[in-house]
Design a protein around this ligand. Structure first.
Ligand code: GAL
Length: 348
């Protein structure tokens, strides 16, 4: 009898378990209902939109205007049906506090990558640290931070050109003139220097290496004047006009750290009744279209191509590498190119 009871109890339990299993079945039903939606997904793949924050140190800068426009153009050309780039580009207005706010906003907005043209390279550390702490890859452009800020971090890099090369090319253009820049034949090249932002390594190296190319060639030099024009055309004109008024015919060469200031200097040279190629030489850097036009006509002695196309494309390419999770090198360099009259006539 006990055996019969035990068997009956076991049968009741088995039945109960089966009944539970059956009850569980309806719970699986929603998963089956969800299946058709999952099957439809591949038919309409969602485009991935990456958010890119770009801050440029100052929109009014001639060279950085070409550069930033090309960043936008080039990103557009790389878009596909499935990958889009939403660019938020802002003007740092040459104000580091303003730019720091912009970086804070980029972090809050959850940018996927940041491209930064620093207002002040001396503030690099603080800004780089914030961005790294937020886990956002960073591509620094155009204004090279001190080496110690480039921390061997695979999510941070600098894209630029070696400013020593641009200075050397300016000096070599003068060295290779028939009179080596010594128009009045007194055995030395008397020059004025119009500098960009002195905090900037582009300004420092161009100032140093343009003159060094002459002294390395055994040419004696005399610096009549060295002033800061902050990359600005109007300032370049004013400084050149002052120097020409003060030193007159003694000025044989006008070295400008960029073409913007050289275009200003050209206006001052014209106003002073001087003639480039005859009684004065004029050099810039960047190869802005206006400067190249003057060189072709013999109205400016030379410039150096600061390759905004190569640099902007490299900056965008490495930003995309970072978006894809690839490790970045510390530095990506783009070469300068010497642009004298012969080169300008043959290539532009
Ligand atoms: C230089 C360029 C200048 C100015 C400056 C801004 O490379 O030659 O024209 O744009 O960058 O930092």
């Amino acid at each position: 009898m006990k055996k019969f009871l035990a068997l009956a109890l076991a049968l009741v339990m088995i039945f109960a378990l089966c009944a539970c299993g059956q009850q569980a079945a309806p719970a699986a039903a929603p998963a089956q209902e969800a299946a058709p939606a999952a099957e439809a997904a591949p038919a309409a793949p969602e485009a991935k939109t990456y958010k890119v924050g770009v801050s440029i140190y100052q929109y009014t800068d001639n060279f950085m205007t070409l550069y930033r426009q090309e960043i936008e153009n080039y990103f557009k050309t790389l878009e596909t049906d499935t990958v889009k780039y939403e660019i938020t580009m802002v003007d740092g207005k040459n104000d580091m506090a303003e730019q720091t706010n912009q970086v804070d906003n980029f972090i809050t907005q959850g940018m996927d990558v940041i491209i930064l043209n620093l207002v002040q390279t001396s503030s690099a550390e603080a800004v780089v640290d914030k961005i790294v702490a937020a886990g956002i890859p960073l591509v620094l452009i155009n204004r090279e931070p001190a080496a110690e800020n480039m921390t061997n971090n695979p999510t941070v890099c600098y894209v630029g050109a070696d400013a020593r090369q641009s200075g050397t090319f300016q000096g070599e253009i003068v060295r290779d003139l028939p009179d080596n820049g010594d128009i009045n034949g007194d055995g030395k090249v008397s020059y004025i220097m119009i500098e960009g932002d002195p905090e900037n390594s582009d300004a420092q190296y161009r100032t140093e290496f343009s003159v060094k190319a002459l002294t390395d060639a055994g040419i004696e030099v005399e610096c009549l004047d060295d002033q800061v024009g902050n990359w600005d055309q109007t300032k370049g004109q004013e400084l050149c006009a002052n120097a020409l008024a003060k030193f007159g015919d003694k000025v044989e060469v006008v070295f400008c750290n960029n073409d913007g200031m050289a275009l200003g200097a050209k206006a001052a040279i014209d106003a002073a009744g001087r003639k480039v190629g005859t009684d004065i030489y004029l050099l810039g850097v960047d190869a802005l279209p206006e400067a190249v036009e003057l060189i072709k006509n013999g109205e400016m002695t030379g410039t150096v191509l600061n390759d905004h196309i190569g640099q902007s494309h490299t900056a965008v390419d490495v930003a995309i590498k970072a978006l894809n999770g690839e490790a970045l090198e510390d530095y990506y360099w783009v070469d300068y190119l010497k642009v004298d009259e012969a080169y300008a006539k043959a290539n532009y």
